[in-house]
Structures are given as structure tokens and as C-alpha cells.
Write a protein that binds this ligand. Structure first.
Ligand code: AMP
Length: 238
């Protein structure tokens, strides 16, 4: 049984009665292609919180050709996790900005035990703590289909899907007119490796948050139109 199958057999975690004022420090966890990014963007708007997406930050560094980008690129193209110390330092820096004082949605971080420990330390230093971990589940076949048909805009980060979410003009981003590409790590061989990396390195941190009762579960397979209502149901009203 792999991590994704285990997930499906897990009991449904208790839902919150209400979100309350303090539910503003949120992690989104789940396998690649489960829909974390889509949910993060919707939640950011719904709850008026900044979204911190390590994948986007790293991709930006790669496309700008910064030192950080040069360090990260190889790991990303191979579908491996970028070195913990590199990712921790960019998150540490981002979490010191004033806009995250009111809360944040962390999308794609932490992804290893070391990162989870570092996040505890960062939040401790800021005199705060996590409120909730939103755990997104999806079956492996869904993930593979979704990622292999995904196309993204390297200019603005918008995401499309060759079956379910086509741009108006073929190959062109609706948002900014950029030319859509298939991410190197969305190619079939790399997707499988990313799933293995998720099971080995990321899945184990879920237990850590379950132990302290912070996990809420949400399906990554519902129709995109239903996501806002599902978020309200699981996390409570804005
Ligand atoms: P994502 O867009 O979240 O799927 O991330 C794309 C790639 O960026 C991953 O496969 C990793 O190579 C890298 N990455 C993103 N977030 C992290 C993280 N927290 N730790 C290490 N690598 C990361």
C-alpha cells in the first residue's frame, strides 16, 4: 500500500464547528497535482490572506537566473526536493514580511520533517503557531492525468488543463498573453518520481500535525466550481 492509498483509508478528520478569528495560519499539504495551488489561491481571496507558494518562488528565481535559481533548477527538473537549507531560508525571509502578521497560507511548505521543524522554530520566534493543516487527497491516476495535461504560463504562473480548462486561444495565456508550456517536471517520468519523493519525504510530516489535532481533510477531486463552498464547509466561513 502506498501513501496515497493509505490516505484514502484514513478516517475522516473531525470538521471545525467554526473557523473563529484565529484560523489564519494555514498549511496546505498533499501530493503534487492534488490541487493545492488552486485551493491556496481561492482561500487567499476568500479569507484575505497572503499565499506563500514555495514552488512559485523557486520558479521565479530560476526564470530570473538568480544564484538561488541556479541552485534550485537541477533539483526541480529532476522532480526532487530542493535542499532544505535553501527552501527554509526563503521561507524564513518571506515570513519576516509585515503582510504575514495577519496570517498566511503556506502552499508547498513544509515538505520534509526538517522543514516542519524549521517552521515551528520560525513561528515560535514570531510568537505565533499554526492553526490548521488542510490536507488534500487525490488518487494516483487523477494526479498523473492532471499533471501530464497541465500547461502553465511561465510569465504569470496561470495554470491550464488540456481537457478541463483550455485557454481561449490555443497555447496562449488568457491572463497575460504568455506562451503556455509544459513544466519540465510535469513530464510522465518525473511525475512518478515526484510522487515517490512525496511518499518518502513529505507524507510522514502529516502524522506530526495529526498528533496535535490540526489536520482537516479535503478531496482534491471535486469540480473546481465547488471548491469555494467546500473550503467554507471544512474551514468555516471567512
Ligand atoms: P510545486 O510547484 O509545489 O509542485 O513545486 C515544484 C518543485 O519545486 C518541487 O518538485 C521541488 O523541486 C521544488 N519545491 C517546491 N517547494 C519545495 C519545498 N518546500 N522543499 C523543497 N523543494 C520544493
Amino acid at each position: 500500500m502506498n501513501a496515497i492509498e493509505i490516505v484514502i483509508t484514513l478516517p475522516f478528520f473531525p470538521q471545525s464547528e467554526t473557523r473563529g478569528d484565529s484560523w489564519t495560519r494555514i498549511i496546505i499539504l498533499g501530493p503534487p497535482g492534488s490541487g493545492k495551488g488552486t485551493r491556496a489561491k481561492i482561500m487567499g481571496k476568500l479569507y484575505d490572506l497572503p499565499v506563500v507558494t514555495t514552488g512559485d518562488m523557486l520558479r521565479e528565481a530560476v526564470s530570473e537566473g538568480t544564484e538561488l535559481g541556479k541552485l534550485a533548477e537541477g533539483y526541480m527538473n529532476r522532480g526532487e526536493l530542493v535542499r532544505d537549507d535553501i527552501v527554509i531560508s526563503i521561507v524564513e525571509d518571506r515570513m519576516s514580511k509585515p503582510d504575514v502578521v495577519k496570517g498566511f497560507i503556506l502552499d508547498g511548505f513544509p515538505r520534509s520533517v526538517e522543514q516542519a521543524e524549521a517552521l515551528d522554530r520560525i513561528l515560535n520566534r514570531l510568537g505565533t503557531a499554526l492553526d490548521v493543516v488542510l490536507y488534500i487527497t487525490a488518487e494516483q491516476e487523477t494526479i498523473i492525468e492532471r499533471l501530464s495535461l497541465r500547461r502553465s504560463c511561465p510569465k504569470c504562473g496561470a495554470i491550464y488543463h488540456l481537457k478541463d480548462m483550455l485557454p481561449e486561444r490555443e497555447g496562449i495565456c488568457d491572463e497575460c498573453g504568455g506562451v503556455l508550456v509544459q513544466r519540465e517536471d510535469d513530464k510522465a517520468k518525473i511525475i512518478r518520481h515526484r510522487l515517490e519523493v512525496y511518499e518518502k519525504q513529505t507524507f510522514p510530516i502529516l502524522e506530526r500535525y495529526e498528533r496535535v489535532g490540526k489536520v482537516r481533510q479535503m478531496s482534491g477531486e471535486i469540480d473546481i466550481k465547488e471548491i469555494p463552498d467546500e473550503i467554507r464547509r471544512v474551514l468555516g466561513p471567512p
